[in-house]
Design a protein around this ligand. Sequence first.
Ligand code: TYD
Length: 225
Amino acid sequence: MSRPGLFITFEGIDGAGKSSHIEGLAAAFRAQGRTVTVSREPGGTPLAEKLRTLVLNDPMDALTESLLIFAARRDHLLNVIEPALARGEVVLCDRFTDATFAYQGAGRGFDLGVLSTLERLAQTGLAPEANLMREPDLTVWFDLAPEVAAERLAGARVPDRFEAQPVEFFRRVAQGYADRAAAAPGRFARLDAAQERHRVWQQLTSVFVRKGWLAIMVATQGGPQ
Ligand code: TYD
């Protein structure tokens, strides 16, 4: 019997520690026989990766930025995410539309109504169900105080346009995520990303075990190194 695809996104402010856990989760799913596609936004296709480079490096106004991000998203959905879901795969995506509401909306103060319009345009008409607006089945939110994230990021690497923002920007972004989570509590799983890494991993895997998406043994493993 073919299993339905799963679309899972990972969100949080820069420095919240998503990346290593995404790899760990991909390994856990693969160990249990699932085919996994790991991707990221902005990006995930050759065109979307070009748009990513522009968005992360070139100054631009908030509407231009949002249009480029949603253009990248549509290309990514069309060429990677929807085909993988149609094959019954697990798609793990590092950031998706909640990041646009948090960074462009809450962070930059861009109009949330316009973002909702762009979301509908970019994410509809791709799946076999013509009117479905594609949304994640689950969004894992790595919640971390902006001050702690800033400490973790300090000196780690050359910052991109967003990472170079002051802590006040990340306070707004964090609030943007909190607002998105409050508006869709059934879709969001909040993790306390201030915990030690193995505890975050335990909390993460227990969410998947509770949903019946991973077998129980995974919850007791050490997680990614
Ligand atoms: P990130 O995904 O954290 O990648 P890396 O770990 O390589 O820095 O960085 C992408 C940046 O893009 C991050 O600062 C958030 C920003 N971003 C937006 O502003 N809007 C969006 O819609 C998305 C997906 C990302």
